[in-house]
Design a protein around this ligand. Structure first.
Ligand code: 5GP
Ligand code: MG
Length: 176
């Protein structure tokens, strides 16, 4: 695998867009004391920045769903960590790093839907231009991107590259 040297989305562009999302969410959720449900680990960096761009008081908790091994979807989604804060009667905003086939979000929405929430919405930093396996409603989108495997700003390849401050494309090496 080879890391494309040119960022797909640089750090300054990420920061500007996240401030815009924060402003929109502050208006929508003003006074509702929303619960940001962060999908580990990919959305961690996004969530840390977005939370600080939301000016209405809110709480943060975590959920972990695993669907990927390497760069291929296994098609199976397992919830491996559940939120500790009760979701009952809460306005829940799911923060996801990337909306790809939709299977992870569909599984998370199923779980959240069983908890008696006041409302649930999804905010995804990246939305891939692909055919979905499970279509879900993503109310808040950071960026639409072409169908490449991307890393950085929380997104990993086998637990590497999360710490990159920008989004980069990871390309498979072509044999000469
Ligand atoms: P979905 O279930 O929508 O196919 O995939 C969602 C999950 O797959 C994301 O939370 C992310 O962990 C992983 N994923 C999908 N596309 C990419 C990608 O381009 N790069 C990385 N690093 N992870 C991805
Ligand atoms: Mg993930």
């Amino acid at each position: 695998m080879r890391l494309n040297p040119k960022p797909l989305i640089d750090a300054a562009t990420l920061s500007i867009r996240i401030r815009e999302l924060g402003a929109a969410l502050s208006r929508t959720y003003g006074g509702k004391h929303p619960l940001l449900l962060v999908t580990l680990k990919g959305a961690l960096y996004f969530a840390a920045d977005l939370s600080r761009a939301i000016t209405t008081p809110h709480q943060v908790d975590f959920i972990r769903a695993r669907s990927y091994a390497g760069d291929q979807s296994t098609g199976r989604v397992e919830i491996t960590h559940r939120p500790e804060i009760s979701l009952r009667d809460r306005h829940v905003l799911i923060l996801e790093d990337i909306y790809d086939t939709g299977q992870t979000l569909a599984a998370i929405l199923d779980m959240v839907g069983e908890e008696g929430v006041a409302s649930v919405a999804v905010c995804a930093l990246l939305v891939k231009d692909v055919a979905r396996v499970s279509a879900v409603d993503v109310a808040y989108k950071g960026f639409e991107i072409p169908n490449h495997f991307v890393v950085g700003y929380g997104l990993d390849y086998n637990e590497g590259y999360r710490e990159l401050p920008e989004i980069r494309i990871l390309e498979s090496e072509t044999l000469a």
